[in-house]
Design a protein around this ligand. Structure first.
Ligand code: ASP
Ligand code: MG
Length: 414
């Protein structure tokens, strides 16, 4: 049986932790499994490399930045192989490229196109534990080294699990699983036992940082069960599974928040066909990830269009739109970097009316003004002032009784 385990940066943050992870891997191996380990860069290594590059060049060439960043994972993969060797078990480490992670050429956020893990299979067959550097691959077209976007080691792990037809993909991290809200904001937040891919996709896309969105997409598309759990204990974590394996749908499974976005409003846009298409095509061509979009009702043939995007892409987006304002015929841009998004997610929403109304009422009681709203069948998201994000998350979490305290009350009453 093949088991894929991924260890995040904090789990291998220093030499002592690295040794503990090695023991855990050897333990799994001694249970008789073939073990493939995907590892992240140690601690804050990736951030430090990004900072260093920025101090040398304000806009580092993407190709070079990618090669630099993959060094973090290469350090941890080789050290981990040494730690396992020290425990008397043979281990072989491979870069993403060596492990057959083939991507497109979008440096900084490359997509995996194929996984050809021949060397991984051979090493397993020869009896080694295999360690693969997460977050990286090689471009099919240019043969340059690429990275998969921040948090991309999760996706390496799920993609390898799919390609190797592994029995499970375990994501080891520094928390016990996926919580109903960020426990740093809501101390009563509770660990969720099971989530469907759809719910986890929404939570991850709306700011829950425990899994990279693409890893969940990969899991869903290839039916890989993902177990998110702590590397510091052996408790069961959260399982991410197909919808048909959900015992029952909770109305609400969690509250996610995201403070990494900014809001742009294009004021005085002519209200005629093709204008929005022109604007958003330009942004898409520049690979800018637009999230929420709201167009107001028009008056006198003009309207305002607001959208949100990652704060880091603000300069690029405003430069691009500013240059096109005359052509679009719009008046001006307003940029608001101080926004936050709060999202309520749950598959049971589909069949329970009134969820959005309750959420908005809870926000209003907490004195939180809503700037934008968007929904999917299993999610309601609002954009608010980022100074209010903690209040908003707490209010919504309490309104839907998601906390451990609410659970105990319920059980006590029942
Ligand atoms: N080291 C990379 C990051 O910090 C990838 C990962 O940890 O998954 O984003
Ligand atoms: Mg991560």
């Amino acid at each position: 049986m093949i088991v894929v385990q991924k260890y995040g940066g904090s789990s291998v943050g220093d030499v002592e932790r690295m040794k503990r992870v090695a023991e855990r891997i050897v333990g799994t191996r001694n249970e008789g499994h073939d073990v493939v380990v995907v590892v992240s860069a140690m601690g804050d290594t990736t951030d430090e490399l990004v900072d260093m590059a920025a101090r040398i060049n304000r806009r580092p060439p993407q190709r070079e930045l990618d090669i630099l960043l993959t060094a973090g994972e290469r350090i941890s993969m080789s050290l981990l192989a040494m730690a396992i060797d020290d425990l008397g078990v043979s281990a072989r480490s491979f870069t993403g490229s060596q492990a057959g992670i083939i991507t497109d050429t979008v440096h900084g956020k490359a997509r995996i196109l194929a996984v050809t893990p021949e060397r991984v299979r051979e090493a397993l067959d020869a009896g080694h534990v295999v360690i693969v550097a997460g977050f990286q691959g090689v471009s099919r077209d240019t043969h340059d080294i690429t990275t998969l976007g921040r948090g991309g080691s999760d996706t390496t792990a799920v993609a390898l699990a799919a390609a190797l037809e592994a029995d499970a993909c375990e994501i080891y991290t520094d928390v016990d699983g996926v919580y109903t809200a960020d426990p740093r904001i809501v101390p009563a937040a509770r660990k969720v036992e099971r989530l469907s891919y759809e719910e986890m996709l929404e939570l991850a896309a709306q700011g829950a940082k425990v899994l990279q969105v693409r890893s969940v997409e990969f899991g869903r598309n290839h039916g890989v069960r993902i177990h998110v759990r702590s590397s510091f204990n052996s408790s069961e974590g959260t399982w991410i599974v197909p919808q048909e394996d959900m015992v029952e749908d909770a109305i609400i499974s969690g509250v996610a928040h995201d403070t990494s976005e900014a809001k742009v409003t294009v004021v005085g846009v002519p209200d005629r066909p093709g204008v929005a298409a022109g604007m958003f095509t330009a942004l898409a061509d520049a690979n800018i990830n637009v999230d929420m979009i709201v167009q107001n009702i028009s008056s006198e043939g003009r309207t305002d269009i607001s959208f949100t995007l990652p704060r880091g892409e603000i300069d690029q987006a405003t430069e691009l739109l500013d240059a096109r304002l005359p052509e679009i015929g719009a008046e001006r841009l307003i940029v608001n970097p101080s926004v936050a998004k709060v999202s309520l997610v749950g598959a049971g929403m589909k069949t329970h009316p009134g969820v959005a109304a309750r959420m908005f009422a809870a926000l209003s009681r907490a004195g939180v003004n809503i700037q934008m709203i968007s929904t999917s069948t299993i999610r309601v998201s609002v954009i608010i002032d980022d100074a209010k994000v903690d209040d908003a998350v707490r209010a919504v979490h309490a309104e839907f009784g998601l906390g451990a305290d609410a659970l105990i009350e319920e059980q006590g009453a029942g």
